[in-house]
Design a protein. Sequence first.
Length: 201
Amino acid sequence: MNYVPQTPKWGEEYIESKINELKAYHRWLASTGIKSGLISPKNEQTIWDEFIVHSLYFAKIIENLQEKKEKIVDLGTGAGIPGIPISIVRNDNVILVDNKKTRIFELERLITTNSLKNVVAKEENAIKLMKSYENSLFTLRCYLSSSNLIKQLSKPKKSNIYLVSSSEKNTLKSNKLFHVKQEKFLINKSEYRFIDVITVR
């Protein structure tokens, strides 16, 4: 099946400058990603819209925040989503974290084969790492919901920021420890997705 490497207006700058690298990652997801079980079987357009475009909005939020962090940490990265696309369109150092050795092995092969310069893959316990790192920005696409993330962080570090995929129905209110802002965005002409931007008060 053919696919259209589209993006809504908000992401045009990323597609224009890094289209070849993003398409190479898309090919890897559609082949190795599916064959190795990193993602479930999907058609090529869905892979582009749900994984590439969705990931690019994480990068858009990071750009809009204009806060320099020591590292960007993608927790429960799986197939490198959203960490790989973020590393492609930005110059930040990105750490892909997963507790499955087989996933890390495939990601390390991808990083080497595609000559990705500012990203590394680590086999780590994501919860422990999240609680220990400071001055970092964490991305979570499927690893934890916003509510479960906050339950894990009884003593959050004020220098950290968390970007968490969410849904319109599961809006989380701010509290004494955290400020939560939900971003709504298109991944194609008609479908919306949501990301919670969680900062520590």
